[in-house]
Design a protein around this ligand. Sequence first.
Ligand code: PEP
Ligand code: MN
Length: 453
Amino acid sequence: MNDPVVIADPKVISGLDNYLNMPAAQQPSWPDAAAVKSVREELATLPPLVFAGEVDILRTRLAAAASGKAFLLQGGDCAETFADATADRIRSRVKTLLQMAVVLTYGASLPVIKMGRMAGQFAKPRSSDTETRGDVTLPAYRGDIVNGYDFTEQARTPDPKRLLKAYNTSASTLNLIRAFTQGGFADLRSVHEWNRGFANNPANERYLSLAQEIDRAIKFMAACGADFNELRTTEFYVSHEGLLMDYERPLTRIDSRTGNPYITSGHFIWVGERTRQMDHAHIDYLSRVRNPIGVKLGPTTQVQDVIELIEKLDPEREPGRLTFITRMGAGKIRNELPKLVEAVRDSDANPLWVTDPMHGNGITTKNGYKSRRFDDVMDEVQGFFEVHRAAGTFPGGVHVELTGDDVTECLGGSEQIDEASLESRYESLCDPRLNHMQSLELAFLVAEQLAKR
Ligand code: PEP
Ligand code: MN
């Protein structure tokens, strides 16, 4: 299955470069075209980060989730940064996702597909090309893969060498993830260990008592002579928004087994709410690669949009190919989602439906922070389950921005983070993330919803 893919020759990949004739939203204005070309050429010679065989397995896992036999847990930073790609930070994100997955698996008796917004989530769409502070206007921060966050002309000027740094940082992040999840760290018999180092709080206590139950169940099965191979390692997939064409195109390779193109910068690639126009570059490009594709759907999405996306991205109606990630907002999901879900249910398509309860619930606090209320996040998740229950369709996953650290970025949760506490540990350069405890609380809520589905 780990057959290495050969380097793409644009002449061989028919239609892959069609996107060049289309508008591509949210691309940086690189100051030096020759420098970008030379970086693209270098990227095209570097090894793939993921393999076509893994991507194919993921597609079958997502197909199971689309038909209600598994559940997708997708989470990580809004924007990864080079500075935070340290062993400690990566470990705590992986541990948080593993803990959430245990809560979901045990609570809902369903296999959980674990997927990070990790090892490639470096490019960000922005609402404006520029940012003005006082009388200075500079290019907006577009993520570490494009420019630096500091508000200086030097940092904000797009620098194509950052594409290579993003590749290298993704490679080292993915290497550590693979070591953690294949090398014994993710062994279910260490379910207690994953909690070590996290502060004591109500969600942790609940987690520890669940871990004890799991321990007892495992010991019972061991006493019965059961074999534990499945418990020793876990599959873990990586995903990011496929935004920056100068990164995704050179990392697209032809699979030597099948002759098909795969984006090898991550297993799963999604298109954001701002770049999913039907006649633009991103949708065209992703329609031509074999990876499972996600599309974000905001509250103004019409039935016609969804039907067109299905036709373009999944003309063969291939199980696991297409995921819709809805991000409606807590106040809108119960009104806006039913018509989409019902129209798709009544068609011949069977996409995976996932809730992103983060991006429709942004607020700016009085003291100037971009934040989200934990209650709104929970309410959107609940609304998502209600809509699917009413329609008789499968609520197949959750997509969240989270970190394993004890940051104070989202309001509320049982720690009751208030506006003043945002000042103590707000670290995100982009959107606010759930902290470790809020992530566990969310997992318990989702498990309850799944159990009564
Ligand atoms: C994101 O996932 O960080 C993002 C920008 O989402 P959306 O495209 O849904 O706004
Ligand atoms: Mn975000």
